[in-house]
Write a protein that binds this ligand. Structure first.
Ligand code: PHE
Length: 340
């Protein structure tokens, strides 16, 4: 009986299994009800009493050996199956919906890139501003009607009266106070004005304002920079024209029109048949503004400009109602190129 056990143990060890059919063959041969091991258990009673215990143990070990080999290979097969199932390279891909960038974000990035290319860096500041940064430092005298140009939301913050900034020129005051010329910066951001909401006006919108201060900065530099911007933004055929205007913080000041992108300056409803569209305000920084920020106005000059991102977006994407930008209607938003 011992020899038989040794022989069986060897065949268990040598039995090769590669698939489920061989696994089943192994089970029948060594663990089934008609297996030799089972028969040997039946014959155990004819073993002499003194050997019964040790032979019984050897037989038991043999069964354990067979069971272990069986369960090991079975679980190996199972894992292999699971792996096969979870990585099925032949399956068709599942599509998922990606969001799109908000048109204001798209145009803001484009404006920033255009000015980055000629050395302007982005600066940011708070949306809740004090009177100094939003008005006084920008040469708005107290009680001057210029303050009425910008219908302001005032808020109380402790003792101090604060305002939601009406333009990002406030950021430029902060830059001038903290940096020495040469300064070449653009400030994109959200601004607020107390206006009734309609297709053409909103109580908040977005601006990008630019500031360049150095020795010998001239109006010609300003004009050339704005022409460069218009052609990068609207195509190389774009033309600009400057009309005299007034801002408290610039002197001289101008409003800038770009040739109508919608009708190629031939005349249409959007440009009211003039061929021109107003896109921004600009001018040479008033010496009072430089001095208020601690910059020597006998040594340095500078130009500034400011534009509404909504306005540029309107011209670029032909959006005719300002309210669309903040209503979050997916039918509107999904028309803009996805980010990937
Ligand atoms: N701050 C002005 C506005 O809000 C725009 C502007 C900026 C005009 C710089 C001139 C120079 O409309």
């Amino acid at each position: 009986m011992r020899d038989k056990i040794t022989e069986l143990s060897r065949s268990i060890a040598n039995f090769e299994m590669n698939d489920i059919v061989q696994l089943e063959a192994f089970r029948i041969q060594f663990l089934g009800s008609k297996s030799e091991i089972k028969t040997l258990f039946g014959e155990l009673k004819s073993v002499p009493n003194e050997d019964k215990k040790s032979v019984g143990k050897e037989l038991n070990d043999l069964r354990v050996q067979a069971e272990e080999k069986f369960t090991n290979f079975r679980s190996q097969l199972e894992t292999a199956n699971i792996e096969k199932e979870s990585i099925d390279f032949s399956r068709t891909g599942e599509s998922f919906t990606v969001g799109s960038h908000h048109p204001i974000s798209l145009v803001r990035s484009e404006i920033i890139e255009i000015f980055n290319r000629i050395g302007f860096v982005v600066s940011e500041g708070p949306e809740i501003e004090d009177d100094w940064h939003n008005f006084s430092a920008l040469n708005f005298p107290p009680e001057h009607p210029a303050r009425d140009m910008q219908d302001t939301f005032f808020i109380e913050k402790g003792e101090k009266e604060m305002a939601l900034r009406t333009h990002t020129s406030s950021v430029q005051v902060r830059v001038m106070e903290n940096q020495k010329p040469p300064i070449r910066t653009i400030s994109p951001g959200r601004v607020y004005r107390n206006e009734a909401i309609s297709a053409r006006a909103h109580c908040f919108f977005h601006q990008v304002e630019g500031l360049y201060i150095d020795k010998n900065v001239s109006f010609a530099d300003l004009k050339q920079t704005l022409l460069y911007f218009a052609q990068e933004m609207f195509g190389e055929k774009a033309q600009i024209r400057l009309r005299p205007s007034y801002f408290p913080f610039t002197e001289p000041s101008a409003e800038v029109d770009v040739s109508c992108t919608i009708c190629n300056a031939k005349g249409c409803n959007v440009c009211k048949h003039t061929g021109w569209l107003e896109i921004l305000g600009c001018g040479m920084v008033d010496p009072n503004v430089l001095e208020a920020a601690g910059i020597d106005s006998t040594m340095y000059t500078g130009y500034a400009f400011g534009m509404g991102i909504e306005r540029i977006t309107q011209l670029k994407y032909k959006v005719n109602d300002l309210r669309l930008y903040s209503e979050n209607d997916v039918r509107f938003l999904k028309q803009f190129t996805p980010s990937i």
